[in-house]
Ligand binder design. Structure first.
Ligand code: NAD
Ligand code: DAU
Length: 350
């Protein structure tokens, strides 16, 4: 029996990773540790919450005492660390919270693992989930590889870069058995509607304007969240200790083209006349320091570990739209109260 600690398991990607691990590995105890910030939602895990090999602990990753105790009582063998403040716009408004969780929280977990595993690191693994944003912004050509120099440009990406450096420092200095992956933009079910795709779905459904930063010419490389979860499973089990793997879908889209495609899918799914959703597109003030283009070269992961994405973009996007339309209650419970305040502050003066 292995005891696996997943941090941030109540969030978007974390909940997909928890679901995959709980269902695929009945021989593992999966402990989901999450502080349940605005982005954490236990509703995301309704289908696995009663499984025998799953447990939830409401703990902040920066809490030294609680995290240290958990490593001891649960006899943790492996960590999959996803907990983070994850939204670039929020990092522009409140950088300190990103430093606290993403840097201090990660170091606290590293310290706890090091202490708990100090007598025997055999069979242990600390897997840190990171982002392609640490590599900075690309021009028209080129791809991020695992050896691309770090050049983070937002408080979010700088805090993730800081955490990546610390994870590598614990490998080199203390011999902690770590592995890191850097993934491109995820989309799919259960994503908090502050991020582009679920925000646009929610707005189109409610006939609200769809805010596009700048001219909509920034480019992102999109991967279906379940494909990210399967890559995480592959790397957790087969990745080399001390190595980094880039994860991406070879699926670059200009924001405006993505939104046109989404509008088209929404028209079909809502039974509205073709072209009606597009009318909601509104160009607004650009994001400060907006990175122009991200694109990942995933060939190391594909060739060395045999992973590949399973879904085409249009298929994944249609699946995502259907989920949001069918899960109105999930969305409604989020888009009231604090979300409304956030939305007004973020978009009110744009
Ligand atoms: P999310 O914001 O949806 O979820 C984050 C989760 O972490 C939430 O459940 C939240 O409650 C929890 N959390 C936040 N602060 C915490 C703290 N101090 N202690 C304990 N729990 C805390 O994020 P996501 O989009 O699912 O991203 C998960 C991870 O994947 C992050 O590390 C992010 O940097 C990385 N990542 C995300 C993407 C993407 O496109 N979303 C792409 C690449 C990498
Ligand atoms: O690349 C991986 C990263 O992808 C992750 O590390 C982050 O956690 C995740 O949030 C995501 O970051 P982005 O900033 O790329 O995602 P977001 O959905 O916020 O924005 C996608 C693009 O759409 C970006 O170019 C900004 C633009 N955008 C976003 C919003 C919210 C708009 O034009 N309008 C919007 O309202």
């Amino acid at each position: 029996m292995k005891n696996i600690l997943i941090t941030g398991g109540a969030g978007f990607i974390g909940s997909h990773v928890v679901r995959l691990m709980v269902n695929k590995y009945p021989q593992y105890n999966i402990i989901n540790m999450d502080a349940l910030t605005y982005a954490g939602n236990l509703e995301n895990l309704k289908d696995v919450e009663l499984k025998q090999n799953y447990r939830f602990k409401k703990i902040d990753i920066t809490d030294e005492k609680m995290v240290g105790r958990l490593f001891g009582t649960e006899k943790i063998d492996g960590v999959i660390h996803l907990a983070a403040e994850s939204h670039v716009d929020r990092s522009i408004n409140n950088p300190l919270e990103f430093i606290r969780t993403n840097i201090m929280g990660t170091v606290n977990l590293l310290n706890s693992a090091r202490l708990a595993w100090k007598d025997n690191m055999e069979g242990k693994r600390f897997y840190h989930i990171s982002t392609d944003e640490v590599y900075g912004s690309l021009g028209e050509t080129g791809l991020f590889t695992e050896t691309t120099s770090y050049d983070p440009r937002s408080p979010y990406s700088a805090s993730k870069a800081g955490s990546d450096h610390l994870v590598r420092a614990y490998f080199h200095t203390f011999g902690l058995p770590v592995v890191i992956s850097n993934c491109s933009n995820n989309y799919g079910t259960h994503q908090f509607p502050e991020k582009l795709i679920p925000l646009a779905i929610n707005n189109i459904k409610n006939n609200k304007q769809v805010p596009i930063y700048g001219k909509g010419e920034n480019i992102r490389d999109w991967l279906f969240v379940e494909d990210h979860a399967s890559a995480i499973d592959t790397i957790f089990h087969k990745g080399e200790t001390g190595e980094t793997y880039n994860i991406g879908g070879n699926n670059e889209w200009k924001n405006i083209d993505l939104i046109y495609l989404l509008c088209n899918i929404m028209d079909k799914e809502l039974g509205r006349p073709e072209g009606s959703s597009e009318k909601l597109i509104t160009f607004v003030k650009d994001r400060a320091g907006h990175d122009q283009r991200y694109a990942i070269d995933p060939s190391k992961l594909v060739h060395e570990l045999g992973w590949k994405p399973s879904l085409q973009f249009e298929e994944g996007l249609t699946k995502t739209v259907r989920w949001y339309l069918e899960n109105q209650q999930w969305l409604n419970s989020i888009v009231s109260g604090a979300y409304e305040q956030y939305y007004d502050k973020q978009y009110g003066d744009r």
